[in-house]
Design a protein around this ligand. Structure first.
Ligand SMILES: [Zn+2]
Length: 296
């Protein structure tokens, strides 16, 4: 079997399965709705069960981290209102990476509220050059398109607004230009470092995906380097990119039942990064096996 045949059969088959899994959500995004909630002072969860969206109140305007699927844009607007804010005060959306499930609602949001859109310079260039990398028009959401970004963030840049400084660290792997974000929050008078690893899906590291996306073939190794790069960040408030990263939904349910703040945890960051590292190492092995099939 050639690479192309393999992609056509094995890869697209699993892609169809993947899309089928999402069909119900695409038809009715409100099945993924959850009530927005406060994580710490000035930090709110306004995402759904599929994609994390965080709102930061900087004291001088609001920032969103990601915007979710275009089909769920109405849920986002509703969640911002229900969290006690006016969407027109969202000045920026910072995107963790250039995939349509993270920027899907951004263009619509900007049209309605004049919000500006930011992403890493690397991912802005990557999706401009090869739009198929953003997975636009690859599923049942034909309306998703890549927005023109207003601002491109460099590695290590500090994004300042009001009383908030967000440290933006380039952590490639899932895409070439994943941004991981770090900023201080307070809760009950204590200051904590909040941290978000901006792209943790490991399917993007598998060889067929790499071929299809024309990604760098060493992106699994890049992900390992990225994990090492941010391993020592003393994160106490671990935020997810998708809810499964930091067990967002479980933590919220625990909080509703038992009170307290399960989002403040000295362990969550390293449990997540440790698990991720194991998964990536396994993929590196699997990729080597598969590569052999096509080179022998
Ligand atoms: Zn992604």
């Amino acid at each position: 079997m050639t690479r192309e045949e393999y992609l056509k059969t094995k890869y697209y088959e699993c892609y169809d399965e993947y899309i089928a899994k999402y069909k119900e959500f695409y038809a009715n995004p409100s099945i993924a709705r959850i009530e927005p909630f406060k994580i710490a002072d000035g930090l709110y969860y306004v995402g759904d069960r599929k994609v994390c969206i965080h709102l930061i109140d900087t004291g001088d305007g609001l920032i969103l981290i990601d915007s979710g699927y275009i089909g769920a844009a109405h849920l986002l607007v509703d969640s911002i209102w229900r969290a006690g804010f006016d969407p027109k005060n969202v000045l920026w959306i910072i995107h963790t990476h250039g995939h349509y499930d993270h920027f899907g609602a951004s263009d619509e949001f900007r049209r309605m509220y004049g919000t500006k859109l930011a992403i890493s310079k690397v991912d802005a260039e990557s999706v401009r050059l090869k739009p198929h990398r953003a997975h636009v028009n690859k599923d049942s959401f034909p309306y998703a398109k890549i927005p023109a970004f207003d601002y491109e963030i460099e590695d290590g840049e500090i994004f300042k607004l009001g009383n908030v400084e967000i440290r933006c660290i380039l952590t490639p792997g899932h895409t070439d230009g994943v941004l991981s974000l770090f900023f201080n929050v307070t809760d009950n008078g204590n200051t904590y470092l909040a941290g978000l690893f901006g792209g943790a899906g490991v399917r993007a590291l598998t060889l067929p995906y790499i071929w299809y996306n024309e990604s760098f073939t060493d992106c699994p190794q890049q992900m390992l380097n990225s994990i090492e790069k941010i391993w020592n960040e003393p994160v106490m408030v671990h935020l997810g990119n998708h809810p499964y990263n930091n067990r967002t939904i479980e933590k919220r349910e625990k909080q509703l039942k038992e009170g307290g703040n399960p989002f403040i945890s000295p362990d969550s960051w390293h449990i997540f990064l440790g698990d991720l590292k194991e998964k990536v190492e396994k993929i590196i092995k699997d990729n080597k096996e598969l590569e052999k099939k096509f080179t022998e």
